[in-house]
Design a protein around this ligand. Structure first.
Ligand code: F3S
Length: 389
């Protein structure tokens, strides 16, 4: 891979240990994938934040990489293992909270914006069309590629962090035009409701793996697109998709000769059946990916004037920024559960308190058994909330 003289000096350690290690990592990744050079990025988004998922080793890595280094592009952070203000109400231990705060402080010392959300594109880190970026968090990076038409590979936490320190990333994969083209057509054969889009994404991700699907027959809004992005990245490893008449580069696709796959109601039902493993939830968690302003409004208008009659714990997960934007809606939701910020049902240590979780997110359903030891109830947010009224 071509390195400029300045990069050679960084690799020799002349710009500090943090930049040396970051560059070493990017060069190694670039060489594996046949990148010819490093290209500038305009932003980064980092995963690997929850103490539950990265532990002491992860904290050491961040502190180590950060010795003398700072991020050199705007960089945001994925959800942490707790709401930084309400962690006691979540049942999080003092030790967990202390270590979680150390992780966030280590990122903050690097210059990272510590908003802790998986929807950074809603809260200020919104790249422009064509921008090269280095984003981890599979749902956010798929949304960035597909809906914003920015360019990122499916980064891991360390790769995105190294890229944010150097302001560069190896040029390969989805940074290149030829790798961003649709590779399979998904014909949605029956009317799919908005509440089915997450399960549609799950069904398609399971069928296509890492392909780039081109959807026909649906018109999702931005909330539907974020649900689909999350689900396809969880059941498959889809990092980009097109939706006819909706996503910006769909009209540039050449569909001639592509395989066609039909997906309908049966696939949605099958996905739900595969994900279901429980029946009596002790936690209902809505907000994977984090709730947008519009979703907060929709939930609040559904719940306003109703009464909670069943004592099941309910979480609404969102970013602190969106919560701040929606004080009236948050007040309505708080009568039915907790509006939690900075965290989510997957990266929080819910297994210490809960056994069976219900959610409307196919991504969360896919991860709850393995990452949280949960039985799973999968339903629309309306049907789940109706269960506590
Ligand atoms: Fe976000 Fe957590 Fe879901 S990080 S996409 S709410 S698993």
């Amino acid at each position: 891979m071509h390195l400029t003289p300045e990069m050679e000096r960084a690799l020799a350690g002349e710009q500090g240990e943090g930049r040396r290690k970051a560059l070493e990592l990017l060069v190694a990744v670039g060489e594996i994938y046949g990148a010819k050079r490093l290209i500038p990025i305009t932003s980064a988004h980092l995963s690997g934040v929850s103490y539950k998922t990265i532990g002491d080793g992860g904290l050491e890595f961040i502190e180590d990489l950060g010795k003398g280094a700072k991020v050199s592009v705007p960089t945001t952070l994925n959800p942490a293992g707790m709401d930084r203000e309400r962690w006691r109400e979540m049942g999080v231990t003092e030790r967990f909270a202390e270590m979680q705060n150390r992780i966030i402080d280590a990122y903050s010392a690097l210059g990272v914006v510590t908003g802790c959300t998986c929807t950074p594109y809603i809260t200020g880190n919104s790249p422009a069309r064509g921008d090269h970026i280095a984003w981890a968090e599979s749902s956010a990076l798929s949304y960035a590629n597909s809906v914003l038409d920015a360019r990122t590979n499916r980064e891991g936490g360390p790769g995105a962090l190294a890229a944010s320190i150097l302001g560069m990333t190896p040029e390969y994969g989805l940074h290149l035009d030829e790798n961003r083209k649709a590779t399979v057509i998904i014909d949605v054969t029956e009317g799919i409701e908005a509440s089915d889009l997450s399960l549609l994404g799950h069904a398609v991700g399971a069928k296509v793996g890492s392909a780039i699907p081109y959807f026909r027959g649906i018109r999702p809004d931005s909330n539907g697109l974020k649900s689909m992005a999350a689900a396809m990245a969880a059941s498959g490893s889809v990092a980009m998709f097109h939706v006819e008449g909706v996503t910006p580069s769909a009209k540039e696709q050449d569909l001639a000769g592509l395989e066609k796959v039909a997906v309908g109601k049966d696939d949605i039902v099958h996905s739900r059946e595969c994900l279901m493993s429980g029946s009596e939830p002790d936690l209902i968690a809505i907000g994977c990916p984090h709730l947008s302003q519009m979703e907060m409004k929709t939930l609040a208008s559904f719940l306003d004037g109703k009464r909670k009659r069943v004592d099941t714990e309910v979480w609404f997960c969102t970013s602190r920024t969106v919560r701040t934007w929606c004080p009236k809606e948050a007040a309505v939701l708080e009568k039915f559960g907790k509006v939690l910020c900075d965290t989510c049902m997957i990266v929080a240590p819910i297994e210490s308190k809960h056994r069976c979780t219900a959610t409307d997110s196919a991504k969360a359903c896919a991860y709850l058994p393995g990452l949280c030891g949960q039985q799973v109830v999968c339903g629309s947010w309306k049907s789940l909330l109706e269960g506590v009224l």
